[in-house]
Ligand binder design. Structure first.
Ligand code: 26Q
Length: 835
């Protein structure tokens, strides 16, 4: 059986599946779950309760739950096939899933039963849960957004399938040594992943290298063939994505790379046995490791291999199912399928779909292009021009020669359109071209994505507005109808119900539990903001959650936080535009105030920072060292005591955020205005009753609109002010004009936090002074400090703070991915919810 003729979707269900549908469903009670867990532990895994290795007990429970999921998974698949329904495919290089088990149990509404079952077996759920490694297959916001989207699509009955890469190593683990970040490999699959189901029967073949050959098709035309390729296999591993309480289970299909059989033969017969075995790595390397979001990693060939691997495997998978069910008739394809590109990372899918339709299925250019431009939709996640993806044509021509041919042809036809619209405007032509000319010509992936898509969206209102007015202005003028906004969200199932059970119980006992699937219902809490009894209960829950967060900090940082302190938190990837420096310099300012005795009306504060720096981003790594150095001095100083603590929480992750956001009082969202596309951490904090201190950037603007100005600590320049002031002030004038800032800079420059390592912070301070303060830290410092004074005063007024906290959670209804997904569906995908 050859791969290409292999079919894995028979038109009618084989009898065995039909029989299974007739089987009685598995019992959804403690006896059933407990019995099955024991069965898997004893019989399948061959262990018992006394096995020293807790992973077995966790594994056994997962199998018991998974059985109940797979029943529903099969039924969902059958429903999709029966209805021949239109489907959307989410293509993403990243899925930051975190842990799956609690989510699966909660979405099956089996929490009480599982607890009871485990109790009988003398097992504790909390301990089992700690056995699960986070699936950290993403860098940050973009990857977590993909995970939240899948949860909401399943919950809304939307037939959406995710495609990604099954990286052996997820985002690196961050260790802190002498204050410096050390990266360690995240071998999350070391003990296996009981949630994944390999589907080797659906293996796809991916081409690399080789050349294009043109052969005449007998009708006077030519057909292109991509020949002499070195192929790699893509093996799918499926993860179930259960909807909340609706018996729907969607699929996330992750591809693993493997060498082909021919590859084995050719190489082995050459006689170099050991070399042949070793060179299998070339194929396997493709799915080995997630790339960190890192400028120094730009242009790495392995990354382009990964991107093409994902795009080609996923499109072949969709086309194979299509052909199995419809034959090679593609007239209805665009009506029944669409692809959402998560940033430009999977954009190579545009020329790849052209290739598959033309070269492998005999369609003509126009027919194929119509299908592509009616099925592809592109989401942009960045406003930083330097972050736009480009690939050198020489690299692409070597790795994907046929794909580069097609890109050139797409561009040639596109440029004819541009020439027609703006005859003779050569500068504009050069700006719009998919190929950036020069000594080392580049393929601009965002341009390819826009030209190939029927929809282009930003992820918050300001972001979309700035895209239209700036970064993508020429394209907006050409195709205004393609542009739309889809403000991000987060799933309240994970980011409120699961991570904050005490608050969830309080909310549900007050307004019912409809909010779990209809987040705007939280607005009913607004009337309780003035109810003293309710506020007391609300603040008691917050205190409990601060205790949990303090335990995490004690375990990870060995620093004891006072629960009465103001928990002031910034966790996210470390980047200059996110301005962690502002938060650290503020801590230095507070320290300086304590040391000079300026402590009237003092509010004790615990500043908690966390986040990973890209391994090659040296300034970001210096910022981590700076935070740790300041923390070291502040936390040791008896004169400071509980007035101020500063900690850097190592190895920030999805699971850690589940403890962090419920215990936070103040959410730091302080990016330079106009730079953060949306932010989603801001939404998680708000939902859990934290109040934001932030700039008018990304989704902060919409958060403030929802909660009202009086319940949001706004500071800093606007995006317009940033654009007009940048480069027009001397940072030293700002420093010298502000005695507080001057003292802070002097303290740092004087080496107060780095006696043993002189000079190490010169670059950090230089970046905001001598070198022009690109991210405008000095320019916003005064406003930030003054706003922090107001925040602290509000915190001291317990009633006022409780009221603001309730109102923040109550106003977070807009920021559910359920709303976001409805908007994608209503305006881009147009799928029918499945019955
Ligand atoms: C690029 C080249 C080579 C290797 C990696 C990358 C790479 C990887 C990941 C580039 C970017 C990313 C991730 C970007 C990201 O997370 N963006 C964030 O997306 C969120 C969801 O829309 C927004 O809320 C954030 O504002 C945005 O920063």
């Amino acid at each position: 059986m050859t791969l290409d003729s292999r079919s894995d979707t028979p038109a009618s269900a084989p009898p065995i599946e039909a029989e299974h549908d007739a089987l009685p469903p598995l019992p959804m009670n403690a006896e059933g779950v407990g019995g099955d867990t024991l069965h898997y532990l004893l019989n399948y895994l061959g262990r018992d309760q006394y096995a020293g290795f807790g992973f077995y007990r966790y594994q056994a429970l997962v199998y018991a739950i998974r059985d109940r999921i797979t029943e529903r998974w099969r039924q969902t698949r059958h429903a999709h096939r029966r209805d021949g329904t239109r489907r959307a495919y989410y293509l993403s290089m990243e899925y930051l899933m975190g842990r799956a088990t609690h989510n699966a149990i909660a979405n099956l509404k089996l929490e009480d039963e599982v607890r009871a079952a485990l109790m009988k077996l003398n097992l504790r759920w909390e301990e089992l849960q700690e056995q699960e490694r986070d699936a950290g297959l993403g860098n940050g916001g973009l990857g977590r957004l993909a995970a939240c989207f899948l949860d909401s699509c399943a919950t809304l009955n939307l037939p959406v399938m995710g495609y990604g890469i099954r990286y052996e190593y997820g985002i690196f683990r961050q260790e802190i040594s002498n204050g410096y970040q050390i990266e360690a490999p995240d071998h999350w699959l070391a003990f296996g992943n009981p949630w994944e189901l390999p589907r080797p029967e659906s293996t796809r073949r991916i081409k690399f290298h080789g050349r294009t050959q043109f052969v005449s098709n007998g009708n006077g035309g030519q057909n292109a063939r991509w020949v002499d390729t070195r192929d790699v296999l893509a093996i799918p591993y499926d993860l179930p994505i259960p909807g909340y309480g609706n018996d729907v289970v969607n699929t996330l299909r992750l591809w693993k790379a493997a060498p082909t059989e021919e590859f084995d033969l050719a190489e082995f017969n050459a006689g170099e046995y050991a070399e042949a075995v070793a060179s299998k790595n070339d194929a396997e390397n493709i799915s080995l490791v997630l790339y960190p979001n890192d400028k120094s990693e730009n242009g790495k060939e392995l990354r382009l291999r990964q991107q093409y691997f994902l795009a080609s495997a996923s499109l072949q998978d969709v086309l194979r199912r299509w052909i199995d069910q419809n034959g090679r008739n593609f007239s209805d394809f665009a009506r029944r399928n669409c692809f959402q590109l998560n940033d430009t990372h999977p954009t190579i899918a545009v020329p790849e779909l052209m290739r598959l339709l033309m070269d492998e299925n005999g369609l003509g250019w126009d027919e194929a292009w119509t299908i592509v431009t009616q099925t592809m939709a592109y989401t942009n996640h960045t406003l930083l021009p330097e972050a736009l993806e480009r690939w050198p044509t020489h690299l692409m021509g070597n790795l994907l020669p046929r794909i580069l041919d097609i890109i050139y042809e797409i561009n040639a036809r596109f440029m004819r359109q541009v020439q027609y619209r703006w005859p003779g405007d050569h500068q504009r032509h050069a700006r719009l071209s998919i190929i950036e000319d020069g000594p080392d010509p580049q393929v601009r992936m965002a341009h390819l994505a826009i030209v190939g898509s029927y929809s282009v969206n930003g992820v918050a209102e300001l972001h979309t507005r700035l895209l239209k007015a700036g970064l993508l202005k020429d394209f907006f003028e050409l195709w205004p109808q393609k542009f739309n906004n889809k403000t991000n969200g987060v799933t309240q199932r994970r980011w409120l119900k699961h991570c904050n059970p005490k608050l969830s119980t309080l909310i549900s006992s007050t307004i019912g539990d409809h909010w779990v699937t209809h987040l705007p219902q939280l607005a009913q809490l607004k009337t309780y903001a003035d109810d003293p009894g309710f506020r007391d209960r609300w603040m008691a829950v917050k205190r409990h959650n601060k205790e949990r967060l303090a335990e995490l900090v004690a375990a990870d940082c060995d620093v004891k936080l006072s629960l009465d302190a103001f928990f002031d938190v910034q966790v996210k990837r470390i980047h200059e535009y996110k301005r962690q420096l502002l938060v650290i310099l503020h801590a230095v300012h507070l320290y300086d105030r304590i040391k000079r005795g300026d402590v009237d009306n003092w509010v004790d504060r615990a500043v908690i920072l966390g986040g990973k720096a890209a391994p090659g981003y040296s300034m970001a790594k210096k910022v981590i060292k700076f935070a740790n150095a300041v923390a070291e001095v502040v936390n040791q100083d008896p004169e400071v005591g509980d007035r101020l603590k500063l900690v850097f929480l190592p190895d920030y992750s999805v699971s850690k955020m589940e403890t962090i956001c419920p215990g936070t009082d103040l959410s730091e969202q302080v990016s330079t205005a106009g730079k953060e596309a949306s932010g989603t951490g801001n939404m998680k904090f708000m939902m859990n009753g934290a109040i934001t201190i932030g700039t008018l950037d990304g989704a902060n603007i919409e958060i403030r609109e929802e909660v009202g100005d009086e319940n949001f600590f706004l500071f800093g320049m606007t995006a317009d002010e940033v654009a007009s002031r940048r480069g027009h002030y001397n940072p030293w004038d700002v420093v010298n004009g502000d005695p507080d800032l001057k003292r802070v800079i002097d303290l740092v420059q004087g080496g107060h936090f780095n006696h043993l390592e002189p000079g190490i912070f010169d670059e950090v301070i230089g970046s905001i002074t001598d070198w022009g303060d690109h991210w405008m830290v000095t320019a916003d410092f005064r406003a930030y400090v003054d706003t922090q004074v107001q925040a602290a005063a509000a915190f001291m007024d317990r009633d006022r703070w409780a009221r603001m906290s309730v109102l923040n959670a109550a106003s977070s209804g807009k920021f559910s991915t359920d709303r976001t997904m409805r908007e994608y569906n209503d305006e881009i995908w147009r799928l029918e919810p499945v019955k």
